[in-house]
Design a protein around this ligand. Structure first.
Ligand code: 5GP
Length: 189
């Protein structure tokens, strides 16, 4: 998706260990116009699907997810990274974070993810696919249906996308990074 690719090349920064920093327009400061364009493109790519709920993980997934929910006129649920003490009826799974190098629990109230829900998962990054696998576990626990997974940026060299597509899931990423070696951002054509 050209507008995002262009922005990554001008404002994205490479960090050690294959991490792309996009704090200037996605992860800290947010560019609403670009976010709108990206959300419209993702909606177009999932146009053939019947979706009644958007699911994401706090915090960086919320901005694109809410824009998609607005466009599709469906509710947006964000999985929480800490079990709230006020909620008891939760579905919980464990996710290994590659950027933080540790596992954390991700949970969603049963009240907001049910059997029969047709769920589109949205997140900012797809790397090793651990967050996505955790979400699949939550969707399976709820006996809901995963309709597809949409990401702003996929890092192909970490292969989460290979795994998910191998599971026959429709995975759409608006920019695919082939390599961040030597701190050079190489984007798939
Ligand atoms: P995965 O679970 O697919 O390995 O990693 C996905 C999660 O880790 C995303 O939700 C994102 O927040 C974070 N992440 C992974 N790689 C990067 C990266 O290169 N840059 C940033 N900003 N976040 C990343």
């Amino acid at each position: 998706f050209a507008p995002l690719v262009k922005r990554i090349l001008t404002d994205g920064k490479c960090l050690e260990g294959g991490i792309l920093k996009v704090d200037n327009f996605i992860n800290h400061q947010i560019d609403p116009e670009l976010l709108k364009q990206m959300s419209i493109e993702l909606v177009r790519r999932f146009a053939a699907k019947d979706i009644n709920k958007i699911l994401t993980i706090e915090a960086s997934g919320i901005a694109p997810a809410i824009m998609m929910g607005f466009l599709l006129d469906v509710p947006v649920v964000f999985a929480k990274k800490k079990k709230p003490s006020t909620m008891s009826d939760m579905l919980v799974t464990s996710v290994f974070s590659f950027t933080k190098q540790r596992s954390y629990d991700v949970c969603v109230a049963k009240e907001f993810l049910h059997k029969g829900d047709k769920v589109l998962f949205i997140d900012d990054f797809l790397a090793n696919g651990n967050a996505a696998k955790g979400i699949i576990d939550l969707i399976n626990q709820a006996e809901a249906e995963l309709v597809g997974m949409g990401f702003l940026i996929e890092k192909a060299f970490q292969h989460g996308g290979d795994y998910l597509r191998g599971q026959n899931i429709q995975v759409e990423s608006l920019a695919i990074i082939d390599s961040l070696d030597n701190c050079t951002i190489t984007i798939k054509e």
